[in-house]
Design a binder for this molecule. Structure first.
Ligand code: HSC
Ligand code: NAD
Length: 698
């Protein structure tokens, strides 16, 4: 018998420990082990009951995701049949759950006759986040325990709920402090003595109501339509739960299996699996090994309490780290602190935070107007205006204020970290921490290593990203780093499309329909068109011969149309938020085409998507060649978490692999011919296309 399941006897009870580190993924060996152990329990008259628990740090994270797409995931015994085997066992089977029970792990537990969880356990069905539905009975058993409404919420959100909530909803029977084994053994003994087994698939009461009112499923689908736009899996989850309520048990299970099989091979599921593994891969940095010392961050400092500094300050407070924020003068400081308090208050008002939580976070924040207040900080993040001279001056001053070994970070979006580091006598401690706006919400931190940044500084900042509940991606220095650099060609082409015949609303709609939360013009209106205007002016001064873009953007800025904040930009915003087409902008666009002698033509949505995204991918190829990003997955995570690239497309480089690198290359060659050198295919793109390889093969 394989050691994927460890077997012990506790009196007459057989205890099976799932043993497949690190997360007890239910791969073939583990499924075989459970099956064989159940055979053993059934055959042995001296065994009266079985307890299933997890070895190591959790019960089980579910099916082994790396098996998906291989024959092993469907090989016998498959997980649905293992679950049925448990449920139909003549002897009671009890789940003793600690750590996490997710996906197939929870489905295994739902098939047991009783579930005990320790207080700190989290339990749920996160399959939807992988572009699939639970495939081992989760959509059929959970609603039988919780009722349809709660099951729909849990399954379509993928939430891992704390044990107390799971008990309240009915899918955990008992919650205990500490190790749940003892309580599980006691429950197993009780069940063995009573002889009465509650088989989940036989429970009917909780689904009866939905059976009488099947309209509930359409209503639920409507309620998630906006959030789940573009994703297939959430709606497939609803269909599967509906089958639980409307079909006899075995047919419901069969329906679930059919839907699961239809999704697991889809490109959405492949993309979402890629996103899952990529999110973990970016934490691995080849030249900064896992055992690199990480400095303790007990206190933090932030310089500048504007748009970004305020959000960054909140991140530290949210993570329980005391933070001192320094502003230019008392008035600016008061404004900044007030904005922070207002933001927290809005969260409290929405019921997403308690007043006590807000108060305790605010007490972690101290304001100051002198950088001397940062002398004890372990990390200091500078977030003042994007001006090199100012940043140099601040880092020079920090050098004499900050304690030895403190991490000196800058939130610059574009400036050269090496120049900033050179303003100090300790460039090894200087690093970029590029947060995204709004900094207290967006999950990405583009961490930028300079030439002299020490491995310890990198390891500490990557670890800090996790503590702040962000995804840290390590990148190198170049104008715009990874994200904003790739954004350049995307916005540039959006501009050219206007000159050639499109209007902002059409471009935005095509990109929105592709799956972004908004198109390029709506995005610029949100961020403020003046930001790009300033950057273009700087770039033009630095590099006058190598910059060609549509000047419509400048014309709009010259009118003071900076975006939402001025009530108008590329679009009009009569209510402050909702874009409507602007007649003035249309006039400028059409006039510009005329001035340039361009005959406006009809542009298809497909062309818009290709014209905006392929040059972005092409720039990604350059970023890889230059070593600014370490791997394609680093770029994908930057775009998924920083720019709203649709997760079900996996990120730009994975998307290129999905449509075919050769397809992207061929199109770029066409664009190159039509539009000139700005569209020249990157050598790496050409090399991969000609070798019939993917970015994933790098
Ligand atoms: C599923 O269960 C499908 C079933 O419904 C049906 C199947 C039926 C099919 C048959 C039909 C006929 N597999 O995240 P961490 C790795 S789908 C493989 O850093 P944490 C992870 O990549 C599954 N590997 O740990 C990493 O590897 P690395 C549904 C998995 O403590 C390492 O483990 N379940 C894996 O921060 C540590 O992971 C989920 O979606 C898996 N299932 O968080 C849960 N899970 O070290 C996915 C993890 O090489 N997992 N790994 O980088 C999680 O959400 C998190 O890992 C936990 C732990 C919250 C469990
Ligand atoms: P902002 O204008 O909103 O805030 C800057 C703040 O710095 C102001 O409150 C100002 O009073 C303060 N300040 C200026 N000089 C100071 C000094 N010497 N000491 C202390 N405080 C000082 O700017 P922002 O949008 O928060 O941008 C800050 C930085 O973050 C910039 O480098 C910017 O490029 C970068 N960034 C901005 C965004 C964004 O979307 N706004 C996104 C990522 C990165």
């Amino acid at each position: 018998m394989s050691d994927a399941v460890l077997i012990e006897r506790h009196g007459s009870i057989l205890v099976l420990s799932l043993n497949n580190p690190p997360v007890n993924g239910l791969g073939l060996a583990l499924r075989t082990g459970i099956s064989e152990a159940l055979d053993q329990a059934e055959a042995d008259d001296a065994v009266t009951a079985v307890v299933i628990k997890g070895a190591g740090r959790m019960f089980s994270a579910g099916a082994d995701i790396s098996e998906f797409g291989t024959p092993r995931s469907l090989a016998d015994p498959n997980l649905p049949s293992v679950c049925l085997r448990i449920e139909n066992s003549k002897k009671p089977v009890v789940a003793a759950i600690h750590g996490v029970a997710a996906g197939g792990g929870l489905e295994t537990a739902l098939s047991c006759h009783y579930r005990v969880a320790s207080t700190k356990t989290r339990l749920g069905l996160p399959e939807v986040t992988l572009g699939i539905i639970p495939g081992a009975g989760g959509t059929q058993r959970l609603p039988r325990l919780t009722g349809v409404e709660a099951a729909l919420k849990l399954i379509t959100s993928g939430e891992l709920a704390p044990a107390a909530k799971a008990q309240k909803l009915g899918y955990v029977d008992e919650v205990v402090e500490g190790d749940p084994l003892e309580a599980a053994l006691a429950a197993a003994e009780r069940l063995a003595a009573s002889g009465a087994l509650r088989r989940t698939m036989e429970i009917e009461e909780k689904i009866a109501e939905a059976r009488a009112n099947p309209g509930v499923f359409d209503e639920f689908a409507k309620s998630i339509a906006k959030k789940a736009r573009g994703f297939d899996a959430p709606f497939a989850c609803i269909e599967a739960v509906k089958a639980a309520a409307t079909l006899p048990g075995p047919e419901g299970l069969a329906k679930e299996r059919e839907i699961f099989k239809g999704l697991v091979g889809s490109s959405q599921a492949a993309s979402q699996r890629h996103a899952f593994f990529a999110e973990r891969e970016v934490a691995k940095i080849p030249d900064v090994p896992k055992d690199t010392p990480v400095k303790e961050i007990a206190t933090a400092g932030v310089i500048g309490c504007g748009t970004m500094g305020g959000g960054i300050t909140m991140n530290f407070a949210n993570a329980g780290i005391p933070v001192t924020v320094v502003e230019n003068d008392p008035a600016a400081l008061d404004r900044g602190l007030e904005t922070i308090a207002k933001n927290y208050q809005a969260t409290v008002d929405k019921g997403r935070m308690t007043q006590e939580d807000m108060d305790s976070r605010m007490t972690l924040i101290t304001g100051a107007t002198d950088m001397a207040a940062l002398s004890e900080a372990d990390v200091i993040v500078e977030a003042v205006f994007e001006e090199m001279d100012l940043k140099k001056q601040i880092f020079g001053a920090l050098d004499s204020v900050a304690k030895p070994g403190a991490i000196l970070a800058t939130n610059t979006s574009m400036l050269d970290i090496n120049v900033i580091a050179a303003a100090t006598s300790r460039p090894e401690s200087v690093i970029g921490t590029h947060f995204f706006s709004p900094a207290n919400v967006m999950k990405l931190m583009e961490n930028v290593r300079g030439e002299k940044t020490a491995p310890e500084t990198i390891a500490t900042v990557m670890d800090l990203s996790k503590k702040l509940k962000k995804v840290g991606v390590l990148v190198g220095v170049c104008d715009g780093f990874v994200g904003n650099r790739m954004l350049g060609p995307y916005l540039r082409e959006a501009g050219f499309l206007l000159e050639e015949g499109a209007l902002p609303a059409q471009v935005d709609k095509a990109i929105y329909d592709f799956g972004f939360p908004m198109g390029p013009f709506a995005m610029m209106d949100l961020a403020g068109n003046d930001v790009g205007w300033r950057i273009r002016k700087r770039q033009r001064a630095e590099n006058p011969n190598n910059l060609r873009y549509s000047d419509i953007a400048d014309q709009i800025c010259e009118l003071g149309r900076f975006g939402q904040k001025t009530g108008g930009g590329w679009h009009d915003y009569d209510d402050g938020r909702t874009p409507t087409p602007s007649a003035k902008v249309e006039e400028i666009v059409v006039e510009t085409s005329k001035r340039l002698g361009i005959e406006r033509r009809k542009i298809s949505d497909q062309e818009i998507v290709e014209r905006c995204l392929y040059p972005l991918i092409n720039e990604g190829a350059k970023v890889l060649e230059e070593g600014i990003a370490m791997r394609p997955c680093d770029i994908d995570i930057v775009w998924l978490f920083g720019y709203g690239f649709p997760r079900y497309r996996g990120g730009p480089m994975f998307y290129a692999d999905t449509v075919g690198v050769k397809t992207v290359y061929d199109k770029m060659c066409e664009f190159h011919e039509q539009h000139g050198d700005l569209m020249k295919p990157a050598p790496l793109l050409e090399k991969l296309a000609k070798a019939d390889k993917r970015f994933a093969d790098l």
